[in-house]
Design a protein around this ligand. Structure first.
Ligand code: SF4
Length: 434
């Protein structure tokens, strides 16, 4: 949906720029190769410029992503921008926005059909550009400080939830001892009280303001918020449902024009991580009640279907726990995502990892709406895994062997309903930013 749009030839770039104001975001395009995206408060969140994709996190860190040919295959690359590089990219976006603003003010900008702009279009285009231009580097740095006051560092999200509204019902991870994971080492696990959670939601909504409409789902953090005992978890779901309307059945509607407010925004559902070991602590009926409270998909870091490798990773539970957890969640009508750690355990566990994982996945009632993520193992500096792996002679797999492991697993998967298979996707934790 487009609320207003304009095009204008910009002399500085000798190209035509197009501005779209949508209910959830503003897009500024220069030709086909260059673009910037902003939320409706004017915060930049993405860009494409001469073959390079950029993402900006709310902590004002920017990542550049591109692909290049290495050893005969295309490989995705990424790096964090230095502050001066990010600042220069922002200034480029602002030069473009300012040039467009002048064109709209001077009457030189046209509708996409080439007609003069209507007053009501100008009344939507100019405030959108003003909001973008108001957020210069210093303002975005101040925004980052506000963000860091509202949230504890957000360790990781599943890739389909990078644009979720994160709510931290818990802090940290109850287990916090998997040898390969360092996401939450800086904080003890704790559960927020309903009053504290309510205050957190208020602070989150104040931080996002009207730009909350960019966030279509709610992600309940941190690492495994669903381990909260059922009575307390239901209280937290009630708090959440009082403050944030969640569309029944997972549909999403955004009402209100021209600027939908947080109140008229409907979230499509609640999403969260849990470890398989804890799923059985809630009955199918209790999971159904959580689904009625908006829970749509649960992400389980299975890592491997081989119990020996799970012990090496110090992951709680067994492959059988994951299978039973998926069965229980599916019986309650909740979708699941199972995350597999490609390359974990190196050559020593290669075959067992493939066989155990294929066997476990094939025992799960997965179907359309569920997701299998292949997450490439990344050695975290300072993790116990590195010490243990070195002590036992385990080395990281090279790219060819990782792809081979993925290929073997994929070719072994058999779906219970082949007409409705789960989606299989890649999960690169190095590309996460919020
Ligand atoms: S992998 Fe998950 S369960 Fe294990 S320590 Fe990290 S966050 Fe906790």
């Amino acid at each position: 949906m487009i609320l207003a749009a304009a095009q204008a030839h910009l002399e500085e770039w000798t190209q035509t720029a197009v501005l779209y104001v949508r209910p959830q975001a503003v897009n500024l395009l220069l030709g086909k190769e260059r673009s910037f995206s902003f939320d409706i408060s004017g915060r930049p969140f993405g860009a494409f410029w001469e073959g390079m994709t950029y993402r900006r996190g709310l902590d004002n860190r920017w990542m550049a992503k591109w692909s290049e040919r290495r050893d005969g295959r295309r490989a995705r690359q990424r790096r964090w921008l230095k502050p001066e590089e990010a600042r220069s990219l922002l200034e480029r976006a602002h030069r473009l926005a300012e040039a467009m603003r002048v064109k709209v003010l001077d009457g030189e900008a046209r509708s996409l059909d080439g007609d003069p702009l209507m007053d009501e279009d100008r009344e939507r285009l100019l405030p959108a550009l003003d909001r973008i231009l108001a957020l210069d580097w210093e303002a975005l740095e101040a925004d980052r400080e506000r963000f860091l006051k509202v949230y504890k560092p957000i360790g990781i999200l599943p890739p389909d939830q990078y644009l979720a509204l994160v709510l931290q019902a818990t802090e940290g991870c109850w287990h916090n001892a998997c040898t390969f994971c360092t996401f939450y080492r800086d904080r003890p696990f704790r559960v927020k009280s309903p009053a504290e959670f309510e205050a957190h939601i208020q602070a989150v909504l104040e931080f996002f303001g009207p730009a909350v409409v960019l966030r279509r789902t709610i992600f309940l953090g941190d690492a495994n918020a669903l381990v909260i005992p059922f009575p307390r978890l239901m209280e937290l779901f009630e708090v959440m449902n009082r403050q944030l309307p969640i569309a029944p059945g997972g549909s999403e509607t955004i009402g209100g024009a021209p600027w939908p407010s947080a109140r008229s925004h409907r979230f499509s559902g609640v999403y969260s991580f849990i470890d398989a070991f804890n799923v059985h602590r809630k009955s199918v009926d209790q999971w159904r009640m959580l689904r009625e409270g908006g829970l749509r998909r649960v992400y389980i870091g299975m890592e491997s279907g081989d119990d020996g490798l799970l012990r090496f990773l110090n992951k709680p539970g067994t492959a059988a726990d994951v299978v039973q957890a998926v069965q229980r969640l599916k019986e309650a009508g909740i979708a699941v995502s199972v995350i597999i750690l490609l390359g974990a355990g190196g050559e020593a566990y290669f075959d067992a990892h493939v066989q155990g994982t294929v066997q476990a996945v094939n025992a799960m009632p997965l179907r359309g709406g569920d997701i299998i993520y292949f997450s490439e193992f990344v050695e975290q500096p300072g993790s116990a895994y590195i010490r243990l792996a070195r002590a036992t002679g385990i080395r990281p797999l090279d790219e060819d062997r990782i792809r081979e492991q993925e290929r073997l697993m994929r070719s072994g998967f058999r779906w219970q309903d082949p007409s409705s298979p789960p989606r299989i996707s890649l999960y690169d934790i190095r590309e996460f930013l919020y």
